[in-house]
Design a protein around this ligand. Structure first.
Ligand code: GDP
Ligand code: MG
Length: 484
């Protein structure tokens, strides 16, 4: 079961029904606002009924403040007062959040048993009254205007388990969702032993069932990922080092800007990597976008049109040099007097065209790419872009089945709900937490699998996964469930 998130969640149920237990199983402690808890804050303890009025005043203030910030709020009270429920719904409406009622309708006898076992049981007649009221309210919830009413029968059910990591990667490294995942490494917090760190990450990726490992290609660390003085190694050199580890990972860049190296040199690097890995090299290639790194390294940074023209010529050049034979090439604006390229690639080198530009980039992918790479994790965006890609395929006479759809997904992935929100707090900067969480689809492995299933449904075959806080091998292993 997945409830809307962020949302207002109002619990309804008798004492001992298991409301607090359910809330604790599904939400962070900070997200649950409990009348018992607040009696303990303003009164002598959770059962200090004399403190109820103060506790509810405080509760309403907290609910309003949290909802106003767009934060998930779970109201843990008996939930039997229609007027209070109406006010909380109105607060959710005002904040633009969905309002969910969770009816914890545990059997009366069980509630009585659990109540009797408590330090301070509710008097029997009071509990009987509560149980009668819960039955009534159960009928009313359906017509009160909740966005969702969820009956919860058994609060012992554990929260949705994350799928067990597959201990041995499948031969084709395709998950049960029908997706392959390539780990994109963009940060290199490698301390004083770069090779050991890189080796640890790559071996962990292999063990965790990733199909490949991609390195970002930048000359200066980009501000979206880190600070300018953090290391960002030359990718082809680094991939060469990774090729010697004996993993089964495909290795390549995402994305190499055409502006960095003449296309023939990129073709040479990729062919060499293919030879070293027995045919597991790929080239993600794009038009480049960051003017600063070009200026700093003395590289020209032509106009977007010229860079896209170059992207086309680069792919044509690479393919010509990788092809059999050494004969001259003349076509598509590329003239080469010979195409002598040894070593030959040991297998097909997939060309992944990075970028979502609808007029040119996707047309280049349709015409010349083995795959496009869309920078999104949203199924609706993928659907639209794939529509555009396929129009280009039709226009240039290419079979759309020959152009794989891949995405670059940059989510926050946590081990559990607490961990997810710790990571959101760590990385959100000045962005409000709910906005950052929404943009990064912040969630557990199970949450991301649900989203990825939708991506697969839109025809995505490979997800390039870039998590922002990949500090080392342990963080890679924690992602294994995505590949199961
Ligand atoms: P609340 O009064 O509705 O908030 O109920 P609690 O969540 O505090 O649960 C009351 C008591 O029942 C606690 O001692 C819980 O540990 C226990 N409890 C809650 N849910 C279950 C359950 O599903 N099975 C069992 N056996 N005990 C439960
Ligand atoms: Mg409780």
């Amino acid at each position: 079961m997945r409830l809307p998130d962020p949302a207002l969640v109002v619990l309804v149920g008798a004492s001992g029904a298991g409301k607090s237990t359910w809330a604790q199983q599904h939400y962070r402690a900070e997200e649950v606002v409990s009348s018992d808890g607040l009696r303990g804050v303003v009164g002598s303890g959770p059962y200090d009924l004399d403190a109820s009025a103060d506790a509810f005043t405080l509760l309403d203030t907290i609910v309003a403040a949290r909802l106003g910030r767009g934060l998930t709020t779970v109201v843990d009270t008996l939930g039997l007062d229609a007027e209070r429920r109406r006010a909380w719904r109105a607060a959710a409406r005002a904040a633009g959040l969905p309002a969910v009622a969770v009816l914890v309708a545990t059997e009366a006898a069980e509630c009585r048993r659990r109540n009797a076992a408590r330090d301070r049981p509710v008097p029997a007649p009071a509990l009987t009254a509560q149980l009668g009221k819960v039955r009534e309210v159960g009928h009313e919830l359906g017509v009160e205007g909740w966005d969702l009413v969820v009956p919860v029968a058994d609060t012992t059910a554990p929260p949705p388990a994350t799928p067990a990591p597959s201990p041995v990667p499948r031969a084709d490294r395709t998950s049960s969702l029908g997706l392959r995942t390539v780990l994109q490494v963009s940060r290199f917090p490698w301390g004083d032993d770069p090779l050991a760190w890189l080796g640890g990450v790559a071996r962990a990726a292999d063990e965790a069932g990733f199909a490949g490992l991609a390195l970002m290609d930048h000359l200066i660390q980009i501000p979206q990922v880190g600070r300018a003085w953090e290391p960002i190694p030359e990718p082809w050199v680094t991939l060469g080092a990774l090729s010697g580890l004996g993993t089964g990972l495909e290795l390549g860049t995402l994305c190499t800007p055409v502006t960095f190296r003449p296309a023939g040199v990129t073709a040479k690097a990729a062919a060499t990597l293919s030879a070293l890995t027995g045919g597991r090299a790929f080239v993600g290639i794009g038009a480049g976008w960051w003017e600063r790194e070009h200026a700093a390294y003395g590289l020209p940074f032509p106009t977007a049109k010229e860079r896209l023209d170059e992207l086309e010529r680069a792919i044509v050049t690479m393919r010509a040099l990788w092809a059999k034979g050494t004969k001259a090439y003349d076509g598509d604006g590329v003239v080469l007097p010979e195409t002598t390229g040894y070593p030959r690639p040991a297998g097909p080198v997939a060309v992944v065209v990075g970028g979502s530009g609808e007029r040119r980039t996707l047309r280049i992918a349709a015409r010349l790419g083995d795959a496009c790479n869309l920078r999104t994790g949203e199924a609706e965006v993928v659907r639209h872009k794939v529509g555009v890609l396929h129009e280009h395929c039709a226009a240039v006479g290419r079979d759309p089945a020959e152009v794989a759809v891949t995405v670059l997904d940059l989510p926050v992935v946590g081990r559990d709900r607490d961990d997810v929100w710790r990571r959101v707090e760590r990385h959100r900067g000045r962005t409000a937490a709910p906005a950052y969480a929404a943009r990064t689809h912040a969630g557990t492995v199970a949450d991301h699998r649900d989203r990825w299933a939708a991506l697969a449904g839109e025809g995505v075959s490979t997800v390039f996964l870039a998590t922002r806080d990949l500090d080392g091998p342990d963080d890679v292993l924690a992602l294994a469930g995505l590949n199961a």
